[in-house]
Design a binder for this molecule. Structure first.
Ligand SMILES: [Ca+2]
Ligand SMILES: [Ca+2]
Ligand SMILES: [Ca+2]
Length: 448
């Protein structure tokens, strides 16, 4: 996965069972273009013609060679994965044209197979192995049409298994899981297969809730984490030596990447702060250390961290956009209305818009009014410290004002503005899944 600039997306894995003669054989490696069992750093650069150039390097910095050096264009989502075979990664990308999405995978000879799958506004899940056979599956996630507000996942098992000569697979399955506004992801809960996952902000307090669904048995798991979801940064699965995943919860600062690790039952596995701010990728970059590593890029190097052994190493790799095989993405919508982008907005935006009122006339407590443009789209408003820590959730009400017939969103808090720390953020959750953010430099002063 990558966390910087627009549209390219999330990461991968698979496993080795200690004592089991399991039939399935997911690879725990990650991106492995030379199929040697050690993850490669797959880097993408943008050419002058907007075409994407790909290159791949070992942890020693040697090029591994690729079947296709140029594939896809700016704006496509990159989906390299073990599409045909559990031991070898094939390059791929998703291109949006109108309201259709086209998945493209280059086989071992570099020949590209293109298949339409999903609508332009869907979230696309690539690199997961929901049936545990070692071959990556493709899935789309969208709002269910039944009005329930649930998300509908459609899994196309082994969608490109045939591109290197195997028989075509057409098996698919649809599951309702999660609700609108949740961030979908996937993770291997049981060492057998990837499960569907969603994360959402805790509706009644700090932290987030994580839900998991076994696609084979429709069995649910749920746990809470004290961290909150940051914008569109999804949890990233990291495979342990036992074949099960833990999750990396990632937060970026201006100078570092802070990663908290939790098991799929919510137990903490520690936190690390890496002094790099670029793309985040996952794979078995260091086979000598058990399980997968997580790597953060910084110019022309990666800081590689193993959450099991806490070993940290640096690897030099030519600059580019780093990609792995854990990819959950959607295309930004331009008017279709079902998705939105995170935004930081000015608190000083004129009348009828944002207002920070430290002392409300009646309540004598903090009241925040949100811009009219967002009325009916906001479902939660919270205050967060500059470092993201949760402070308080607002009680929301709507009010029609005489001079303003459209009702406004009022977010009411328990104390006067001056009682809250300077530099905090007002964070509003938009129904379509993004977050709107206003930074308040001096909480005792009115911002209008
Ligand atoms: Ca390799
Ligand atoms: Ca599969
Ligand atoms: Ca390793």
């Amino acid at each position: 996965m990558r966390l910087s600039s627009q549209p390219i997306a999330i990461a991968l894995f698979t496993f080795v069972f200690f004592n089991c003669t399991c039939l399935s054989a997911q690879s725990p490696t990650g991106i492995d273009l030379d199929a040697n069992g050690s993850a490669d750093f797959l880097m993408v650069g943008i050419g002058g013609d907007s075409a994407l150039g790909w290159d791949s390097f070992t942890a020693q910095g040697a090029s591994t060679g690729l079947p296709q050096a140029q594939l896809g264009a700016v704006g496509d989502h990159l989906v390299p994965a073990n599409w045909a075979d559990s031991s070898k990664t094939l390059l791929g990308f998703i291109h949006r044209s109108g309201n259709k999405a086209y998945w493209n995978v280059a086989n071992s000879q570099g020949n590209v197979t293109t298949r339409a799958l999903g609508a332009g506004s869907d979230t696309f899940v690539a690199g997961a192995d929901f049936n545990g056979n070692g071959v990556s599956d493709a899935a789309t996630v969208r709002k269910a049409k039944d009005g329930s507000g649930k998300l509908e996942w459609t899994i196309r098992y082994d969608f490109f298994k045939d591109v290197d000569g195997a028989a075509k697979v057409t098996k698919k399955k649809s599951l309702k899981f999660g609700k609108t506004g949740d961030l979908p992801f996937f993770a291997n809960y049981d060492g057998l297969r990837d499960w569907l996952g969603v994360i959402r902000q805790n509706p009644s307090g700090p932290g987030s809730q994580i839900f998991l669904l076994n696609p084979a048995k429709s069995k649910n798991r749920k746990f809470s984490v004290s961290d909150y979801v940051v914008g569109s940064i999804r949890p990233v699965p990291i495979r342990l030596a036992n074949g099960k995943d833990i999750l990396a919860l990632i937060r970026k600062t201006n100078s570092s990447t802070i990663i908290k690790f939790v098991t799929l039952t919510g137990a903490s596995m520690g936190t690390v702060e890496l002094a790099a701010t670029g793309d985040v990728v996952v794979g078995d970059y260091n086979p000598a250390a058990a399980g997968q590593e997580i790597a953060v890029s910084d110019d022309s190097s990666f800081l590689v961290y193993n959450p099991s052994t806490t070993e940290q190493t640096a690897v030099s790799v030519p600059a580019g956009i780093a990609v792995d095989d854990i990819n959950v993405n959607n295309f930004s919508s331009t008017g279709s209305g079902e998705t939105c982008d995170d935004q930081t907005l000015s608190p000083n935006d004129g009348s009828d818009n944002f207002l920070w009122k430290p002392v409300g006339e009646n309540s004598k407590r903090l009241v925040v009014l949100l811009p009219n443009a967002y009325t009916s789209y906001i479902d939660e408003v919270v205050l967060r410290k500059a470092d993201g820590a949760f402070i308080e959730k607002a009680s929301i009400s709507f009010q029609s004002l005489a001079e303003n017939p459209k009702s406004r969103t009022f977010a009411r808090f328990s104390k006067p503005g001056r009682k809250y720390p300077d530099g905090l953020s007002v964070v509003a959750h938009h129904k379509y899944g993004c977050f709107l953010n206003w930074v308040i430099p001096e909480t005792s002063e009115r911002q209008d």
